[in-house]
Structures are given as structure tokens and as C-alpha cells.
Design a protein around this ligand. Structure first.
Ligand code: CA
Length: 164
């Protein structure tokens, strides 16, 4: 799992990066907004943790720029704990909002939750429900079977036998 960590405070970034790496995530650290935008393109993260207070740009503006070319889930991480930031962040397409200080366990749980939601929102779980073996196509979610493109009616029980 590729995580882009946008954080200008090196001490915080190091401790978060260590926790996420220990949880099996591949972490790329960006210190400035400009770095973050470049990394969002080149590193192609699956989730972004976005600090709001960055030296060159506001994290909300960075998120807005990233939204123009990517729908990657963004979790805003802020020390400001400001209701306006939360509302603006979620309005411009951020997926979650975490207030500092937070535990690494909480952060990892949020990352996993956002990724799960992302999967159901864009329908990629349904795609994984499709199986194709030669002329036979199975849609596991809908319990549909077709052979050479023609639907075959199959009792649910038999469908379950096919599946396992
Ligand atoms: Ca900061």
C-alpha cells in the first residue's frame, strides 16, 4: 500500500513514517506543497495524508491541485482542529480529517477505512466479482452465469458450488 505523507515537521513525519512502514505500508514523504503535487503524480500513492500548515502552500490548496488530476483518497491531518478547515477540506474532496495529536493506530485505521470506502465507491470490488473461465463468465455479486455470452439460469445452490 503506497502512502504519500505530506508533512513539514520532520520529527512528526519520521514517527508517522516509521509507524506506517511497520504496518507494511510503503511511505513517501513530501515536505512542501510543490513536492506533494509532484509526488502525487510520480509516486502514484493509493492514499495521501495531507498536513495543512506547509511552508509554501496551504494543504487545502495542495489538495485542490491534486484533485484536478487524481481522485486518490486524501486524509487531511491538521493541528488547527478548525471546523472551517474540516468543512472546506471535505467540500473540496478530501475523504477524511484527523486532528493532531493522533495515535498511529488511529491513523492506520483511518487509512484502511478510506481505502475500503474508495473501493466500493468506484465499483472496483464489483469488477473483482467477475470471473471468466474460457467461454464461461460468472458474476458472483449478481449470481449470473453466461456461456458464450448467453445467460444460463442456475439455482443459487449450484452457483455456490461453482464458486468454491
Ligand atoms: Ca505543518
Amino acid at each position: 500500500m503506497k502512502v504519500l505523507l505530506v508533512e513539514d515537521d520532520v520529527a512528526i513525519a519520521e514517527s508517522v513514517a516509521t509507524s506506517l512502514s511497520n504496518a507494511g505500508m510503503n511511505v513517501h514523504h513530501a515536505v512542501t506543497g510543490a513536492d506533494a503535487i509532484t509526488a502525487a503524480k510520480e509516486f502514484a500513492p493509493e492514499v495521501i495524508l495531507m498536513d495543512l500548515g506547509l511552508p509554501d502552500m496551504d494543504g487545502l490548496d495542495v489538495s485542490k491541485c491534486i484533485r484536478e488530476f487524481s481522485s486518490v483518497p486524501i486524509i487531511i491531518v491538521s493541528a488547527r482542529g478548525d471546523e472551517l478547515d474540516r468543512v472546506l477540506g471535505l467540500e473540496l474532496g478530501a475523504d477524511d480529517y484527523v486532528t493532531k495529536p493522533y495515535s498511529s493506530r488511529e491513523l492506520i485505521a483511518r487509512i484502511k477505512a478510506v481505502l475500503r470506502r474508495g473501493l466500493t465507491d468506484d465499483g472496483s470490488i464489483q469488477d473483482q466479482d467477475l470471473m471468466e473461465v474460457g467461454p464461461v463468465k460468472l458474476n458472483i455479486g449478481k449470481h449470473q452465469v453466461s456461456v458464450n455470452g448467453s445467460p444460463v439460469s442456475l439455482p443459487l445452490k449450484e452457483f455456490e458450488l461453482l464458486e468454491f
